[in-house]
Design a protein around this ligand. Structure first.
Ligand code: 26Q
Length: 820
């Protein structure tokens, strides 16, 4: 090791190798000869961690000195994906680490594969939070992510007999080298009980007497930016019984009571709810939300108080973003902390609060708007409920003043919905308590203003913004598709595109370069071979890499319309059976995605996909022209296998239902063409890549709405299309279910009678667009050109652009480079 280089911080091959061997010995207690793959992984992780900590400590010092304004991103989910590979990339030592490994006879890729990913999220919303952490650090923005350290993340999925089976995700079982436990950072959180007034030196104040106090403990994970020294903080809270509570019970002899209380307390951060829609009345979920919000706000207030001696300028120090309504109780909690703990009066507390929060909406589906019954809310959080009432009283006075005599508007806008029992509308609380509200794609933001929050837009038009989602190219190109990354860097003459994705635009000039075409196709084929081998081992299907890989990977939901995709597959199957000489290009249909464990229809869709796969894949007449594969356990890690290998990306939700989508961006960045509706960010992707490089189909949101309003009659579409009728009939015939004609009836019946997401209305257009996809695929040169242009024009969809938008439009924060 050269003199100035330190084993714990150096980035040279020699330093990495030395650190790795040291860590293997001193942390895992192993010589290389007897170490397991897991030991190697841990040694590598600790080697990286030391390097992160060095930057992290220095970043914290820089931020403190510069007194920088700080973004706090509050999210019930952070779907981080594996850390090791991302940290290697962001430190810029991928190649050095690989060489260091080779010196020791170790394969870095195998070590990377050992990592168990933290699956602390359901899907898009949680993954978005993780992309934003990466971009915040890369852009050198002082930021803290706050969330919950779930002991069990999203379940692992296997497929058994075609059905989804859920398994607990014990991601912490082998330890987590990326986090640091902060035993001194703990905050009490109250639950239940009642409130009482008391006289505090002539001031009338409220005291909350809880019947349970739980302690939140901090676990910190450093989040390093790409090619910079800034490392930000992700702080996740874990719930524990307070010591005093514990001893109290113990002293009175109630040992079992004490243990029960401990178990009850720890339940709060035990498990991530595996639904990506609210489930009604789940008390534990409300406790989780309040728990992490209260800890996070106490943490911020403490810091502010300790550094400035007051909390009066809290909103100047912090910009707090609410990732959907899950943390919206923060509006009431900040008021409570300012008034009850920091002894402020209502008006100044409200001034601070309404200048602190921004709220991001992620859904328009009415059934996915979060509400809590007043009864439950008040039982768990009596003091916050009083504050919600008071916020609402002041707010409704403002509405009445502005819209004289319009009591129906007052009822519509109230934070308390009185129409279906009394319920707290979390989106209204978030909107009233925030200085900015944004949707996650241009079209979605417009729909927010014209539908669910229309009344609020009438009142405060200037509050409403759009920030189109983005994804990090570090994970979704560099880590997921190293071959493509190498090719791009080679062709552009520099890797600057990794931090400025708009630079990919210069590829446009090479869109017809035959040399590039050959390399492009080789990169894609290699990724398809990798995926094919993986599917062979884990899905029992080994697709032909020469076939068109047609991929739909996302949570299983009726609005996302995986069943529309299935109807197309069944249609092709019938065409081929009727005409065995039909000249169809070979296609492999690949699905991936989890269903909420209680969502019957979604689980039936998984069963249908696997049942159709079973029949088609072993039909000798089909002879491999069509193949269907279900990738089990779609996760961040498995997504990284999928995106690089896709030729075609399925983004086929009913227009107006998908707020943004982010998978659409990940596929496109990796050279897949999109077949999609005018929904969410598809609209903007099509705008960027050009209509001629995008397979558009389907109703517009407006048309869909009009149809619904005029009385949509799905059965008419069934009558009018011979092919649609026979596809539905074939599913009902029992062919795919070993003769069981009833198995899929709930699905086909729902389609024919109600079809809430207008699958049948869009079927014909979808199928005909799919034929055009087939034709386009035959002209491989033209296809490659379209694929290159897709990648070249994806600059807008880097999460760096999204974060810049948030910084400028909403948070008003500036970069603060960390000095080393
Ligand atoms: C709420 C209350 C109780 C239980 C569960 C929930 C819950 C959990 C997760 C509600 C919603 C979610 C997740 C929603 C989500 O992932 N939405 C997606 O967000 C993406 C990022 O903005 C968008 O791209 C997708 O369009 C949107 O569906």
């Amino acid at each position: 090791l050269s003199g100035h280089e330190h084993t714990r911080t150096g980035l040279s091959q020699a330093a990495l190798k030395q650190a790795f061997i040291d860590n293997l010995f001193y942390l895992q207690g192993r010589f290389p000869e007897v170490a397991t793959p897991h030991d190697f992984y841990m040694a590598a992780a600790y080697t990286l961690r030391d390097r992160l900590l060095d930057r992290w400590v220095k970043t914290a010092r820089s931020y403190k000195h510069s007194q920088a304004r700080t973004v706090c991103y509050l999210s019930a989910e952070f779907l981080l994906g594996p850390h090791l590979v991302n940290n290697l990339i962001n430190l810029g030592i991928m190649d050095t680490a690989r060489a260091a490994g080779e010196e020791l006879g170790l394969d870095l890729d195998a070590i990377v594969q050992e990592e168990e990913e933290p699956g602390l999220g359901n899907g898009g919303l949680g993954r978005l939070a993780a992309c934003y952490l990466d971009s915040l650090a890369t852009l050198e923005i002082p930021a803290i992510g706050y969330g919950i350290r779930y002991e069990f993340g999203i379940f692992d999925q296997t497929i058994e007999n075609g059905w989804q089976v859920e398994h607990t995700d014990a991601w912490l079982r082998n330890g987590n080298p990326w986090e640091i436990y902060r035993p001194k950072l703990r905050f009490p959180v109250k639950f239940g009980g009642h409130t009482q007034q008391y006289d505090d030196d002539g001031h009338l104040r409220i005291r909350w007497i809880p019947d349970l106090v739980i302690e939140g403990r901090a676990y910190d994970t450093p989040i390093l930016g790409y090619g910079v020294n800034n490392a930000n903080l992700l702080r996740l809270w874990s719930a524990h019984a307070t010591q005093s509570f514990n001893f109290q019970s113990f002293n009175t002899g109630d040992y079992y009571g004490a243990v029960r209380a401990k178990v009850e307390a720890e339940t709060i951060s035990k498990i991530l709810y595996p639904n990506d829609e609210p489930e009604a009345g789940k008390e534990l979920r409300l406790k989780q939300q309040y728990f992490f919000v209260s800890c996070s706000l106490q943490d911020m207030l403490r810091l502010q108080f300790n550094t400035t001696g007051s909390v009066e300028k809290f909103h100047e120090k912090y910009s707090v973003q609410l990732n959907d309504t899950h943390p919206a109780v923060a509006v009431a909690e900040l008021m409570r902390l300012l008034i009850d703990d920091y002894k402020m009066t209502w008006d100044p507390a409200w001034e601070i609060t309404r200048h602190t929060f921004g709220y991001t909406n992620h859904t328009l589906l009415p059934e996915a708007l979060e509400t809590w019954s007043v009864e439950l809310f008040g039982r768990i959080l009596p003091r916050p409920l009083e504050i919600v009432y008071e916020i609402n009283r002041c707010f409704l006075d403002e509405v009445r003043m502005r819209f004289l005599g319009d009591e129906s508007r007052v009822a519509r806008m109230s934070i308390i919905d009185e129409t279906q029992g009394r319920r707290v509308r979390m989106a209204h609380l978030a909107t009233v308590g925030s200085f900015a509200v944004n949707g996650v794609a241009a079209m979605h933001s417009e729909l927010v203003k014209s539908t669910i929050l229309k009344d609020f837009h009438d009142l405060w038009p200037e509050k409403f913004h759009n920030v189109t989602n983005g994804v990090t190219p570090r994970r979704f190109i560099v880590a997921a598709n190293p071959r493509l990354a190498t090719l791009l860097t080679e062709r552009l003459g520099s890797d600057a595109w990794v931090r400025d994705l708009s630079l990919l635009r210069s590829l446009e000039a090479h869109a017809d370069d035959t040399g590039l075409h050959a390399d492009w196709q080789a990169v894609k084929t290699a990724a398809k071979e990798d995926l094919s081998n993986w599917l062979g081992k884990h899905a029992g299907v080994t697709p032909d890499p020469a076939s068109l890989f047609d991929v739909q990977a996302k949570r299983i939901h009726e609005y996302k319309r995986q069943h529309l995709n299935v109807l197309h597959i069944v249609t092709l199957y019938q065409r081929l059976k009727a005409n065995p000489h039909l000249d169809l290009p070979p296609r492999t249909f690949i699905f991936g995605g989890k269903a909420a464990p209680g969502y019957f229809m979604a689980k039936l869709i998984i069963k249908l996909i696997n049942s159709v796969a079973e029949v088609i894949n072993r039909d000798p007449q089909i002879n491999g022209t069509l193949r269907v594969a279900f990738m089990p356990d779609f996760s961040v890690k498995n997504g990284q296998r999928l995106y690089p290998a896709a030729d075609l990306s399925e983004q086929i939700s009913l227009a107006g239902k998908e707020a943004s989508g982010t998978g659409n961006m990940k596929f496109s960045m990796n050279g897949a063409l999109t077949i999609g509706t005018l929904d969410g960010a598809n609209v903007e992707i099509r705008e960027e890549v050009g209509d001629e490089n995008f397979f558009l189909f389907g109703l517009t949101a407006e048309q869909a709405q009009r149809h619904q309003a005029q009385g949509y009659r799905p059965w008419e579409f069934r009558h009018e299309s011979e092919e649609l009728r026979s596809a539905l009939d074939l599913i009902d015939s029992g062919l795919f279910s070993h003769g069981d004609k009833e198995l899929f009836r709930p699905l086909t019946n729902s389609l024919i009678q109600y079809d809430p997401f207008m699958v049948l209305a869009d079927y014909e257009h979808y199928v005909s667009r799919q034929s055009e996809v087939g034709h386009a695929w035959r002209d491989r040169e033209h296809w490659n050109r379209m694929s290159i242009l897709n990648v070249a024009r994806m600059g807008k969809f880097s999460s760096d652009r999204s974060i810049r938008d948030y910084c400028e439009q909403i948070w008003k924060v500036q970069p603060a480079p960390a000095d080393v």
